[in-house]
Design a protein around this ligand. Structure first.
Ligand code: ASP
Length: 334
């Protein structure tokens, strides 16, 4: 199990008590605001990465964090910050979110997204959209402009269109490297873990102590048409409750749904008083027991950050008023 990174502690001005310490217990400075992001977890290994590609991912993570931080720095709301951070990654073909979403087995794209505001535990989600350029905006519109929590398939696309969101042809999401991944997966008749991840997510706390979480994905390479993963399910990959924690998850969705990962983590924090990383590790251990892999990014009610993942790597970053850091591999000292 990969755990709370020292880099999070370092930028938060924390004193670490060990290489797997939980930063929230050693935090000394009250946090003004903070944002944690992920760009997917999976078999992300140095030997499969070129320096150029590594630099491109790091730059993309930084752009995403900066978009969210710009909101929070100005006294903006956590819900707008997580949306802004995810939006940047949706538009970046490096990630499996909007442009760059993986292909379904039948050569199309079906995208999922969810967003949650920790204040009233208000939430919005879309599943299996094919034409919304930015699924996170559709999820936000479901939350703000409808009395429902989730729309799916054609109804979700129609709702987004009626809200005036940018619509695209499904082929807009085509990218060469995702098509190659599809062909490879179909040929091998098995999923290659390196290709199945790349989901994006963000959690944040704003200057008023509000928490929020957002997650977007194209799902898993060569998924069956109509398959919906954990990403748009509130309580599976996405959850936020003020004073407790905010969670965004990435990984093999079927296992995250069965464990109810995001809500499990928040309940452990709320009911058992566990630090977020302890709770995250416990939920990920359940995922691993069932045979799944992936990771979570976390922020607790005081703004303490953390993450946990049981895959080889996870694209990730954190930013606050004191600085920022990004990391990719599991063996990074962070
Ligand atoms: N959780 C996503 C899904 O199962 C995929 C991922 O996070 O990589 O659809």
């Amino acid at each position: 199990m990969r755990r709370a990174p020292a880099f999070l502690a370092a930028i938060a001005g924390l004193v670490l008590t060990g290489c797997t310490s939980v930063p929230e217990t050693t935090m000394t400075d009250p946090v003004e605001w903070r944002l944690v992001i992920h760009g997917g977890a999976g078999v992300i290994l140095r030997e499969n990465m070129t320096p150029e590609r590594e630099a491109a991912f790091e730059a993309a993570l930084k752009r995403s964090m900066e978009a969210g931080a710009a909101v929070l720095r100005d006294g903006g709301e956590a819900i707008d910050a997580v949306q802004a951070a995810v939006l940047v990654m949706e538009d970046d073909p490096l990630f499996n979110a909007g442009y760059g979403a993986v292909f379904t087995a039948d050569g199309g794209h079906e995208l999922d997204a969810a967003i949650m505001d920790g204040r009233e535990r208000n939430a919005g989600a879309v599943a299996g959209v094919k034409r919304v350029k930015n699924p996170i905006l559709a999820a936000r519109a479901v939350m703000d402009k409808s009395e429902h929590v989730m729309f799916a398939a054609e109804g979700a696309d129609a709702f987004a269109e009626a809200q005036g969101l940018d619509m695209v042809d499904n082929s807009y999401f085509d990218t060469d490297w995702r098509r190659e991944a599809l062909e490879r997966v179909l040929q091998e008749r098995a999923r290659t873990a390196a290709d199945k991840h790349g989901t994006v997510g963000a959690v944040a706390i704003d200057m008023n102590g509000n928490l929020a979480a957002a997650t977007t994905t194209g799902g898993m390479t060569a998924k069956a048409a109509g398959r919906v993963g954990d990403t748009p399910l509130i309580g599976a990959a996405t959850y936020a409750e003020n004073g407790v924690c905010a969670v965004s998850a990435t990984g093999h969705g079927e296992f995250f749904i069965r464990v109810g990962v995001a809500k499990t983590i928040c309940d452990r924090v709320k009911l058992l008083g566990e630090p977020i990383v302890t709770a995250g590790d416990a939920a990920l251990a359940e995922v691993a027991e069932l045979g799944g892999d992936g990771g979570v990014i976390l922020i607790d009610g005081e703004g303490n950050p953390g993450f946990s993942f049981n895959s080889a790597g996870m694209y990730r970053g954190v930013i606050d008023a004191k600085g920022s850091m990004v990391a990719i591999y599991g063996d990074e000292s962070n």
